[in-house]
Design a binder for this molecule. Structure first.
Ligand SMILES: Cc1cc2nc3c(=O)[nH]c(=O)nc-3n(C[C@H](O)[C@H](O)[C@H](O)COP(=O)(O)OP(=O)(O)OC[C@H]3O[C@@H](n4cnc5c(N)ncnc54)[C@H](O)[C@@H]3O)c2cc1C
Length: 501
């Protein structure tokens, strides 16, 4: 398999042509749309100001689900759409997504009696056209010994990603090559204008790994910036009938008991919400929180009170008395929830519809996307592609072939059972630029080993130094700077948070 073009080649290609479309934001929505437009033969640039998937898309529960929770506020339309999207993703992407049984654990004296929950699960199954396994009541179950109090459980079927959510995003991006597909991470779009005479956009983009600023020209812009969509629209004076309400979601991870193999769900007692324990490799993720916030950037940092809340909930639901010292990893994102632009009411975020929305500007070729999840990302891409067509020239009769996936050389990493992709390969093939890209999004090291992969007592430092050297092509000064940046981030966003919790 040929290597992805170098960053310098991609930066040059970005400035050299007039694209059919530029997509701002390389989370799951932007990436899936990029794949779709590239496969249709259009010339497309995908730009992210950080690494691909560094926003909310790296913080999900990795569930491809039909929206069971939205039954509680009778959002039947969303449940119907998500269930259909889930089932078509299982059918069409069997190598990436697999069906998985989930277990709803009932406790004595629960607010929702088990027969009420069972009726809800049957309704869910019906709305999903009976495509998944039917719900069942179980008086006893294998994970019962982990649970604080048990009054049986109910099982039903959803689906999960077989890979991490970050890798799911990358898999849409990596197959497309120059000259028509240009993917640039660490490239922030901060302004620009529409040239009415030439009928194309001139976007100002900043190469955040260098110092250069480039002008990128495109017939159409699609704003897929997730919770930053409104900010990006404001920079271009784009008005829209929608905006985002923001809901912060945090998971904390613990070592996974070997008999904890399927997701466990517990009533949380507040707002009809639930807590889940999601097994993922050697860890089990506990959460999520659901907190309405105003500032997107503030929501990407776990606060000590998030940790305290989740520990309390965990110790209420599970038998083991977990302490903050047992926490292996923190995980945090902000859900982009589509609301009308005049939305002012502050309802609990779970009561807001999870439906995605698309807005096409009436004056200029600009499409904004709102909402959107892993589940149904292909549906969103199809809808945006249809809305984009009037602005695009006819695609070539023969679309370019995506690159074939090649063998990924793998290596051992201390404390890690499975082998991990070679960092130099990730750099050449998967746009991996920094130590954090490698530990958090090309591998699961940052989420499966303590303290972002550094180890409880920094015991993995020598290995991380080698990774940095491979990513910096042997430049020791650059490698040391990368390592030091990463250590500071772990100190600030893990060590200090747990100390204060
Ligand atoms: C705790 C939690 C659990 C979840 N669990 C699930 C789940 O199990 N299943 C599910 O389907 N969904 C789940 N979701 C929802 C799902 O993760 C998100 O809705 C989805 O990832 C949003 O993707 P996105 O592409 O819209 O946004 P993002 O992933 O945030 O991508 C937006 C990108 O835009 C980039 N950007 C911003 N500004 C600029 C700029 N000026 N220039 C260039 N780039 C820019 C950002 O860097 C970012 O990478 C969960 C969400 C949370 C918070």
């Amino acid at each position: 398999m040929s290597a992805v073009a170098s960053r310098t080649e991609r930066l040059t290609a970005a400035g050299d042509q007039i694209f059919d479309a530029v997509i701002i934001g390389g989370g799951v929505n932007g990436a899936c749309l990029y794949d779709r437009l590239c496969r249709e033969g259009y010339s497309v640039a995908l730009l992210d100001r950080g690494d691909f998937a560094c926003g909310t898309s790296q913080a999900s529960a990795m569930m491809v689900w039909g929206g069971l929770l939205y039954l509680r506020c009778f959002d039947l339309g969303s449940v119907y759409r998500f269930s259909r999207a889930r089932d078509s993703m299982i059918r069409e992407m069997g190598d990436l997504i697999s069906p998985r049984v989930f277990r709803y654990c009932t406790v004595p004296g629960a607010v929702l009696g088990k027969y009420v929950v069972l009726s809800g699960l049957y309704a869910y199954w019906l709305i999903g056209h009976f495509n998944r396994r039917h719900p069942a009541l179980e008086a006893h179950y294998p994970e019962e010994r982990l649970v604080a109090q048990s009054a049986g459980s109910l099982t039903y079927e959803e689906a999960v990603l077989k890979m991490s959510d970050s890798r799911f995003v990358l898999h849409w991006i990596a197959p497309h090559a120059l000259p028509r597909g240009v993917a640039l991470n660490y490239c922030a779009v901060d302004g620009g204008d529409f040239d009415q005479a030439e009928r194309f956009w001139r976007l100002r983009a900043q190469d955040r790994l260098g110092t250069s600023q480039i002008e990128i020209r495109s017939r159409l812009v699609v704003n897929c910036a997730g919770v930053w969509t409104d900010q990006v629209n404001a920079a271009f004076a784009i008005r829209s009938p929608y905006k985002h309400a923001l809901s912060k979601g945090v998971y904390i991870s613990f070592p996974r008991p070997s008999d904890h193999e399927i997701p466990l769900i517990f009533e949380s007692g507040a707002h009809g919400d639930v807590m889940t324990s999601v097994p993922w490799g050697p860890v089990a993720m506990w959460g999520p929180t659901e907190t309405a916030i105003d500032d997107a950037d503030q929501g990407f940092v776990v606060a000590p009170e998030d940790v305290r809340f989740l520990l309390d909930q965990r110790n209420r639901c599970l038998r083991a008395n977990s302490r903050k010292e047992d926490i292996l990893a923190l995980r945090c994102g902000v859900r982009p929830l589509a609301v009308k632009v005049d939305y002012k009411k502050h309802v609990y975020p779970l009561e807001l519809s999870r439906r995605f929305r698309i807005a096409t500007d009436s004056q200029r070729p600009w499409i904004s996307t709102y909402g959107g999840k892993l589940t149904g990302c292909t549906l969103l891409a199809a809808k945006v592609a249809a809305a984009a067509r009037p602005f695009l020239p006819p695609p070539p009769a023969v679309a370019p072939q995506p690159r074939l996936p090649g063998g990924m050389p793998r290596k051992r990493f201390p404390g890690f059972e499975e082998s991990v992709p070679d960092p130099a390969w990730c750099k050449a093939q998967e746009f991996c630029c920094t130590l954090e890209d490698y530990l958090r999004r090309r591998t699961n090291i940052a989420q499966w080993l303590p303290r972002g992969g550094l180890g409880r007592h920094d015991e993995n430092l020598p290995h991380l130094r080698k990774v940095c050297l491979a990513l910096a092509d042997g430049d020791e000064v650059a490698a040391e700077a990368d390592l030091s940046r990463y250590r500071s981030k772990v100190a600030e966003q893990f060590d200090a948070v747990l100390k204060a919790a």
